[in-house]
Design a protein around this ligand. Structure first.
Ligand SMILES: [Zn+2]
Length: 287
């Protein structure tokens, strides 16, 4: 092999190694931070959707499991809380930032979800078999775990077509999944059966069901009160109504996005910018 070919090979290997390191590096410095919420319930934050955990005499149950490269860190965080590998894993919906560690968790635990979560995970090419929900439901289901009653409510056609929220009745805590992006514009996955009006109606139904002093784990954002959930939902409703009104008046989407940014300062600073929020409203109207 000539020197020049050796150099080219070395450069290619370096480039390939860098490309492979890219996605993993994104998670290399992620720390999983646990916060006690109430009773046996904890909230874990890392990267991706917030995790709800119950650690107690029946073992460990988790709600959502973030991204695949974080699986070991999540298990270590549960271990630090005195927990074991999760016996039960509830998925609030199918998105990869909530189900990424399913294949690892499903090796030793049972994954439970709405029917459509399993359907959408099966639609993904090469999704590992161990990551699929083994128990599914089409409406609501009750889980009895660690002396608590977990009411798992299916919310139809909101964030997606397969979402659930998990209400710990004794601990007085609810995990809202991605029906709650705290003080941010939400992602509404219209292509996966989501709808803005459905999203708002779903959250309003939940607010009417649960006690006023319940603690709320959002899909994204810090631990919240029911008032904070209501305020975020009101802003989802009013901002989408404003976008629709401006679209109907013939305003350009860039112009509307600028107006929305001004009317809702900071709300477009997360995963969904004001521009994306306008696009979601347009997609929702087209669908
Ligand atoms: Zn989501």
């Amino acid at each position: 092999m000539s020197n020049s070919i050796r150099i080219i090979c070395a450069l290619w290997l370096l480039a390939a190694a860098t490309a492979m390191a890219g996605p993993a590096d994104r998670f290399a410095n992620v720390e999983i931070k646990a916060q006690h919420v109430s009773g046996t319930v904890h909230m874990l934050e890392g990267a991706g959707g917030n995790i709800g955990a119950s650690v107690g005499p029946d073992g460990t149950l988790i709600i959502d499991d973030q991204f695949a490269p974080l699986g070991d860190k999540i298990i270590a965080a549960l271990d630090a809380l005195g927990g074991e590998r999760p016996k039960l894993i509830l998925n609030t919906h199918y998105h990869g930032d909530h189900t990424g560690s399913n294949p690892q968790m499903g090796d030793t635990g049972t994954i439970i979800s709405h029917d459509n979560v399993r359907v959408r995970l099966l639609d993904q090419e090469d999704f590992p078999r161990s990551g699929l929900p083994l128990v599914t439901y089409d409406d609501d289901v009750t889980v009895h775990f660690n002396d608590d009653t977990l009411v798992v409510l299916h919310l139809p056609n909101g964030h997606t077509d397969g979402d659930s929220v998990v209400w710990f009745k004794q601990a007085n805590v609810i995990h809202m999944g991605d029906h709650f992006f705290k003080e941010r514009f939400p992602f509404v996955d219209v292509a996966a059966g989501g709808s803005i009006d459905g999203f708002v109606a779903n959250v309003e139904r939940v607010i009417g069901l649960v006690p006023a002093d319940i603690q709320v784990i959002p899909g994204h954002g810090t631990l919240s009160t029911l008032d904070e959930l209501a305020a975020t939902t009101a802003a989802v409703k009013s901002s989408s109504a404003l976008i629709r009104e401006r679209l109907a008046a013939g305003a350009a989407s860039a112009e509307i996005a600028a107006e929305i940014d001004e009317a809702y300062p900071g709300w477009g600073s997360g995963f969904i910018s004001a521009e994306r929020w306008v696009q979601i409203v347009q997609a929702d109207d087209a669908g």
